[in-house]
Ligand binder design. Structure first.
Ligand code: KG4
Ligand code: ZN
Length: 346
């Protein structure tokens, strides 16, 4: 079964064709980063307008790259939510139009399910498994019992991991997009330079990053003020070193927390297959930490998406449409900006 899927929930316009939920025939991603960089974040209205301009182009490219025609498709899919309303509508309406024109089904997809499904792409992953979903809007530990059933065992009580990355990156005067830039900067810093707080939560599998974010703000202000008293005379070098040390210390705190809670969850729920998904799964330190762990613990299997499937892309939407479509209609979900819920599959 070949599915042509669209992803337009935020600032990536993407179209992909995937066969049987796993085999990627094409995956075209058009990033709007350059457009939003000058505003320091995603501007919803500008994002929607850019999706309109680009959506037909990415659909054409996906078909050409796979050497297929719309009539070769068995279904059309799109992300229905959560995401930016104006942006979601572009992908959903495009996929619905293709469905009406060809008489093939339209499959709606939940963006979070799609991130979970990114690990099915080009792999032999099968449930049951544990998924650490870490994106700009979500941080959740999800138990996937079978293709259609998932439950949340832990989640953030405040900021998502990606959101914390983006906010701390801004404090460190890094350009948008914050997460990958902070990741790069942290490689030049000392991760033990600053002692940052790790939140304790009532449910040990929940997360909380707002205290860490505030601590980073205080340490940044203090440390950068201190460097201006640097008597060596080379203030800008001292500031760069401090910023790199703060980035590295922040990254270590977040990565350690994500890793420790995931492992505790896996042990508690007797799950030996661990997956990571969402934009933050592109993080170099997080990937290394988990890879290093499974190298010395062969009882565990680890799946991390290829870099192209970590941040938003349509291939994962096609995988999710194959394994776990949520709806055949553009219902309320597409108009909702409420926090993501996991709609019941029953
Ligand atoms: O999954 P995604 O593309 O969009 C959402 O569904 O939110 O995730 C985007 C998030 C952003 O917060 C971005 O800063 C973060 O993923 N991100 C990273 C890295 N690459 C992307 N965070 C840390 N390190 C990275 N290398
Ligand atoms: Zn996403």
């Amino acid at each position: 079964m070949k599915i042509l899927a669209l992803e337009t929930s935020c600032d990536e316009t993407s179209a992909a064709i995937v066969e049987n939920g796993r085999h990627v025939l094409s995956n075209i991603v058009f990033s709007q980063t350059a457009l939003h960089a000058r505003f320091g974040g995603v501007v919803p209205e500008a994002a929607a307008r850019e999706h309109i301009k680009t959506v037909n182009y990415v659909v054409d490219k996906a078909l050409k790259a796979a050497r297929l025609d719309v009539d070769d498709m068995d279904a059309f899919a799109a992300t229905l939510g959560p995401g930016l309303i104006g942006s979601l509508l572009i992908g959903a309406n495009t996929a619905k139009t293709l469905s009406l024109l060809t008489g093939k089904p339209f499959l709606g997809v939940n963006h979070l399910y799609a991130h979970v499904a990114s690990n099915y792409l080009e792999s032999d992953l099968e449930p049951p498994f544990l998924c650490l979903l870490v994106s700009g809007g979500h941080t959740q530990l999800i138990r996937v019992t079978d293709y259609a059933h998932m439950d949340i065992l832990g989640e953030t009580l405040d900021d998502a991991a990606g959101e914390a990355y983006d906010k701390v990156a801004r404090m460190l005067e890094l350009p948008y997009p914050g997460g990958p830039n902070l990741d790069r900067l942290s490689r030049h810093g000392n991760p033990d330079a600053f002692d940052l707080p790790r939140a304790r939560t009532e449910n040990a599998l929940d997360f909380s990053f707002s205290g860490l974010k505030t601590a980073c703000l205080r340490k940044t202000e203090q440390a950068l003020a201190d460097t201006s008293d640097d008597v060596s005379g080379d203030i800008s070098k001292a500031r760069d070193r401090t910023r790199a040390d703060l980035a590295a210390s922040f990254q270590k705190t977040v990565v350690d927390t994500l890793f420790e809670k995931t492992l505790a969850c896996a042990k508690q729920h007797d799950l030996t297959t661990i997956t990571i998904a969402g934009g933050v799964s592109a993080n170099s330190a997080l990937r290394e930490k988990f890879l290093h762990f499974v190298e010395s613990n062969p009882a565990y299997r680890l799946f991390i998406p290829r870099m192209a499937f970590c941040t938003d892309n349509a291939a994962m939407v096609a995988a999710s449409a194959f394994f776990n479509p949520i709806s055949g209609d553009v219902g309320d979900e597409v108009f909702s900006r409420a926090p993501a819920s996991f709609p019941s599959n029953t």
